[in-house]
Design a protein around this ligand. Structure first.
Ligand code: NAD
Ligand code: DAU
Length: 373
């Protein structure tokens, strides 16, 4: 039986990971530490938090005293560190909080783990969740990144994640802290905040708003279904070698414009199969027999927009026997179905944190602004 600290467990991937861990290791104890920023949502984990096997702590990873107290209260075997500012667009408009959370917050956690575990590192693990964005951008003909690719971050978000990776490595090298790192590609699935491409497009489609495609829509991402990511992390925690970095990718490279087209078609199919959807989402073009693709709109590009990401996940496959198994078509269908079935979850966000973000980013209220970009 292990005791895990999951930071950022009320966010998208952290909430999926906490659910995955509770399902697959019911005897373990989980403590979720989350500051509940705009991206954190207690609704995503409330069903898991029984107070005994899974406990929620509302707190900031940058608060060294609170983090140290938490390590004194619980004998953590593992830290799985998701907490971060995670949205590239936000890091373009307001980046200071990225340095604070992603760099300083990681540093605080490393110090707390080191001080709590220093008498013996036996059975301990600090696992840091990082991103493929630390590697920069690939040209069309370049091979996918391996773990040995050079760090070349281009956005303030990616730079802050790269800095946190280096801190984690430095604690392993200098102090012998037992760490592992995973650098993964774009995740998608249930509970993702609707500022990120896939949930944004689904919810805009369902509510009849434009689908804003940055630039020419030719930017390529490598999409990883979140449950595959959770399983990959579990395999690294179980069998990964200390001090090592593992890349995690979905193996599904696709230009944004094609991805959004596929999403529109999936939504169209669901409306054709289920007449009740037209009543629940009357503003979606599919509700009146029109194609959802009609909402696709090219808008001003993201400054410094990385052209292509692609991950080589061979190390994970060869060393740990793990490969992501969800096909893109299946993952997108499951994701669309989840957002169709869980509108109570996203409607609360839509009227609060999402609205504030659209105002900050686009300068006006959601509906008009996205249409007029
Ligand atoms: P998210 O933005 O959905 O969630 C982040 C969570 O961290 C939120 O619950 C938020 O409240 C919490 N948080 C933020 N600041 C905090 C602080 N100071 N103290 C405590 N909690 C705080 O992010 P996500 O998409 O779930 O990403 C999780 C991790 O995975 C991040 O480290 C991100 O860099 C990394 N990652 C994400 C993706 C992706 O596609 N989403 C891909 C690669 C790597
Ligand atoms: O690659 C891993 C990274 O993936 C993670 O580290 C980040 O936390 C995560 O946010 C994600 O970063 P991206 O910038 O790739 O994701 P985003 O969903 O913001 O955008 C995906 C692509 O879609 C990107 O090329 C920009 C484009 N895009 C995005 C939005 C929000 C659009 O064309 N229109 C949009 O409205």
């Amino acid at each position: 039986m292990s005791t895990l600290l999951i930071t950022g467990g009320a966010g998208f991937i952290g909430a999926n990971f906490a659910a995955y861990w509770r399902r697959s290791r019911p005897a373990d104890r989980v403590v979720i530490l989350d500051a509940l920023t705009y991206a954190g949502n207690f609704d995503s984990i409330s069903a898991l938090c029984d107070g005994e096997y899974c406990r929620f702590v509302h707190g900031d990873i940058c608060d060294a005293a609170a983090v140290q107290t938490l390590f004194q209260e619980h004998d953590f075997d593992m830290v799985v560190h998701f907490a971060a500012e995670s949205h590239v667009d936000r890091s373009i408009y307001a980046s200071q909080v990225f340095t604070r959370t992603n760099v300083q917050g990681t540093h605080v956690l490393l110090d707390a783990a080191l001080s709590a575990w220093k008498s013996s590192f036996e059975g301990r693990r600090f696992h840091h969740i990082s991103t493929d964005e630390v590697f920069g951008s690939l040209a069309p003909e370049e091979a996918p990144w391996t773990e040995l690719a050079r760090y070349d971050p281009t956005s303030p978000y990616a730079a802050s994640k790269a800095a946190s990776d280096f801190l984690v490595r430095s604690y392993a090298h200098t102090h012998g802290l037992p760490v592992t790192i995973t650098n993964c590609s774009n995740n998608y699935g249930p509970y993702q905040f609707p500022e990120k491409l896939i949930p944004l497009m689904i919810l805009n489609a369902l509510t009849g708003q434009k689908l804003p495609i940055y630039g020419d829509g030719g930017n390529i991402r490598d999409w990883l279904y979140v449950e595959d990511h959770c399983a990959a992390i579990a395999s690294v925690l179980d069998r990964g070698r200390q001090g090592e970095t593992y890349n995690v990718g979905g193996g599904h490279q696709i230009p944004n414009i094609e991805l959004v087209g596929q999403l529109c078609d999936t939504i169209g199919r669901r409306f054709a199969e289920d007449e009740g959807l037209a009543e629940r989402f009357p503003d979606c073009p599919a509700a009146s027999g029109r194609t959802t693709r009609s909402l696709m709109t090219f808008v001003r590009d993201r400054p410094g927009h990385d052209r292509r990401y692609a991950i080589c996940a061979d190390k994970l496959a060869h060393e740990l026997g793990f490969r992501a198994g969800t096909t893109l078509a299946d993952g997108l269908a499951r994701t669309v179905d989840w957002y169709l079935a869980n509108d109570a979850w996203w409607r609360r966000i839509h009227s609060g944190a999402y609205r504030e973000w659209v105002k900050l980013h686009y300068g006006t209220e959601p509906k008009r602004s996205l249409a007029s970009l």
